[in-house]
Design a protein around this ligand. Structure first.
Ligand SMILES: Nc1ncnc2c1ncn2[C@@H]1O[C@H](COP(=O)(O)OP(=O)(O)OP(=O)(O)O)[C@@H](O)[C@H]1O
Ligand SMILES: O=P(O)(O)OC[C@H]1O[C@H](OP(=O)(O)OP(=O)(O)O)[C@H](O)[C@@H]1O
Length: 239
């Protein structure tokens, strides 16, 4: 049985993943046409490349259908309840950095912090008769963060893309989304609430606890050696 390595199938995340492995002596390459999501790994025997949407990789890891996977740390935390029970982090890869933040319109001059948002949310509910709406696709992470900070007077509305546009479209009053350059927020006249981001994400190499390691433990050992990573505990090489 080969060890299945899942990597993002397109865009910068795929290219930077290929570069990260190449810097460590492993050549990842797509095979066939640009639309064929299969590939090869040269440098360590017994590793099969599986190209997947970055957002599907957490679920594939949790189901044990891939042994290793590269995706954003935000997507693993958002997708998998109790993620450390399903996967273990092998390496933070140093690219794909993005902060999950809360943002409100720049015209809300009295709202700079989460405490301010909490106060504004109470006033909003009193005035409008419904809870302030926060648009996001990061439901789990946002709920956990707001619960930990004692903020309850809000509702989440789902937005799977173009989230910053929801305020202009009057479907939300605030957004929780990832940002890297800040350009999308600026273009939509939004400002980030002060304080730590909800999560600081980067591309990360994960191993699936539930995958079948019975015949792939030795391959993981060879791969870890090649990448200069310690062999993770609980995945010991099988002879
Ligand atoms: N503007 C950005 N800058 C840096 N990282 C980003 C940016 N947008 C997304 N990311 C990161 O890239 C990863 C993948 O994001 P995204 O959700 O777009 O992938 P995806 O849903 O798999 O894409 P698709 O469904 O179109 O294949 C996430 O971990 C996210 O944090
Ligand atoms: O801070 P910036 O560099 O402007 O990047 C932030 C934008 O990037 C992501 O969107 P993406 O391009 O993935 O499209 P989406 O809106 O469909 O999620 C994210 O959702 C923000 O909209």
């Amino acid at each position: 049985m080969s060890l299945k390595l899942g990597v993002p199938s397109k865009g910068r995340l795929m290219e930077q993943t290929f570069d990260w492995f190449a810097d460590r002596g492993l050549r990842l390459a797509r095979t066939g046409s640009a639309r064929e999501y299969a590939g090869t790994v040269n440098g360590v025997d017994g590793v099969e490349l599986v190209l997947l949407s970055a957002s599907e990789i957490p679920r594939e890891l949790a189901a044990g259908r891939i042994h290793l996977g590269v995706t954003g740390s935000d997507l693993v935390r958002e997708t998998l309840p109790d993620w450390p029970a399903s996967v273990t982090e092998l390496a933070q890869m140093g690219f794909g950095h993005a902060d999950l933040i809360l943002a409100v319109p720049v015209t809300w001059v009295d709202v700079e912090t989460l405490d301010d948002l909490d106060a504004a949310a109470a006033a909003f509910r009193a005035r409008h008769g419904f809870r302030l709406r926060i648009a996001t696709k990061y439901h789990r992470l946002v709920r956990e963060h707001l619960r930990a900070q004692g903020v309850a007077d809000y509702q989440l509305v789902d937005s799977q893309g173009a989230t910053e546009g929801t305020i202009r479209n009057l479907t939300a009053e605030a957004v929780a989304d990832i940002t890297s350059t800040g350009e999308t927020l600026r273009a939509n006249h939004l400002k980030i609430l002060q304080g730590s981001p909800i999560h600081q994400s980067q591309a990360t190499l994960f191993a699936a606890r539930g995958a079948d390691w019975s015949s792939t433990g030795q391959t993981l050992q060879r791969l870890s050696d090649r990448l200069g990573l310690p062999m993770p505990t609980g995945f010991s090489a099988q002879v």
